[in-house]
Design a protein around this ligand. Structure first.
Ligand code: ZN
Length: 378
């Protein structure tokens, strides 16, 4: 049986500001694509700010309107508007001239969904605005435009792949490190928007498939094989020599692990720390990075993945696994090179290459060898 008509879905005349129906902003060409980004949860409700805030229900009708600020919360499967009216389970909200959600400025509209008493806020962002915002969190604005362009292509490639396999029916990606960090549009300088605009729609492919365009801050002289880092070989994520990141502030680093900190880490791995606590590198990958770390004390010895050790010790302290550990008077001196897992594109290396005159295509070809750059549609 055919479904009955649900009635008019067009907004009444005069309601021309409905998001999705509105004319896109001038910087967005027709056919703008969007990515749905789940914003971090807030308690007790989501605060929206804008000069004018309008909300539409799933039927396309204007459901509520406010000026300045509203707080929304979920009551079961319904949304409470400013502590009073109960609306439906889903709202599309737009703000003029723009909308702030919590402390983030968004470029597009926001979809709010009540789910079992929890309110989800999903920013529906124009794709290229999202790419620019992600790159702005990954690289400083002083980076060379070609390095920023290479990063924009890498970030877009990830986003296109994520949008093709959404995390949830209601959103494609989350705003945090589980995907790519999205902090809104506030600190997105013009150089980042230009990097996205210049490379609009370009992605990295390997044999026609979207590539896994992973990147890291500084490789410290040589990138890492995906196989060594994650146990699974990827043909275009192979170790490359990189002499272009030498001016990175973390090309070389040092960290002094205190006795107390060493005891904490040992305990976290189930080794009761005594006076004879030892922390040593127990195995290395072909590029010289630690692959295994051994922690031993009082006859208990544990060998673990170096990546696990780094996670527990702290990514900002043990900055990479390209490291040596030297015991000094009850403490440990870590000296190392680079920052991050070392796989894929080296950001400071990309910047160094760009300063030597390389374009973003050359940069991507170096760190993702064997890949091709093309438009989104295969
Ligand atoms: Zn490098």
């Amino acid at each position: 049986m055919p479904l009955p008509s649900t009635g008019p879905t067009q907004p009444p005349p005069g309601v021309t500001t409905r998001p999705g129906v509105v004319v896109p902003s001038p910087s967005e060409a027709t056919g703008t694509r969007f990515i749905r980004v789940l914003l971090p949860g807030e308690r007790p409700g989501v605060v929206l700010e804008g000069e004018t805030i309008r909300a539409w229900g799933v039927d396309g009708r204007l459901a509520a309107e406010a000026a300045g600020r509203v707080t929304l919360s979920a009551v079961g499967e319904r949304i409470r508007w400013n502590g009073s009216r109960l609306l439906g389970e889903s709202l599309d909200v737009a703000g003029s001239p723009n909308l702030r959600v919590g402390n983030r400025k968004v470029a597009g509209r926001v979809r709010l969904l009540a789910r079992r008493g929890e309110l989800l806020a999903v920013a529906v962002e124009p794709f290229e605005s999202y790419v620019a915002a992600v790159v702005s969190r990954e690289a400083p604005p002083r980076f060379h435009p070609e390095a920023l362009a290479a990063l924009a292509v890498a970030a877009r490639t990830y986003a296109v792949g994520a949008a093709a396999k959404p995390r949830d029916p209601a959103y494609d990606v989350v705003a945090g490190v589980e995907d790519q960090v999205f902090d809104g549009m506030d600190a997105v300088a013009a150089v980042f928007r230009e990097a996205a605009d210049r490379t609009r729609g370009l992605v990295v492919r390997y044999r026609g498939e979207l590539a896994r365009t992973v990147y890291h801050s500084t490789c410290g002289g040589r990138t890492e094989d995906a196989g060594s880092a994650w146990g699974k070989d990827v043909p275009y994520l192979r170790a490359q020599f990189c002499d272009d990141c030498a001016d990175s502030p973390v090309y070389r680093w040092e960290y002094r692990m205190s006795e107390a900190e060493g005891r904490r880490v040992a305990g976290a791995f189930g080794v009761p720390p005594g006076k004879d606590l030892r922390i040593t590198v127990a195995g290395r990958s072909p590029t010289g990075r630690a692959s295994r770390v051994r922690i031993s004390s009082g006859g208990v010895s544990r060998e673990l993945q170096a990546a696990e050790f780094r996670k527990v010790a702290g990514y900002a302290k043990v900055r990479s696994l390209k490291m040596e550990i030297v015991p000094i008077a009850g403490e440990w001196r870590f000296t190392g090179e680079g920052w991050g897992h070392g796989v894929g594109l080296c950001q400071f290396g990309a910047n160094g290459m760009a300063r030597r005159g390389a374009g973003f295509r050359e940069i991507l070809a170096r760190y993702y060898p064997g890949t091709e750059i093309g438009g989104e549609a295969p």
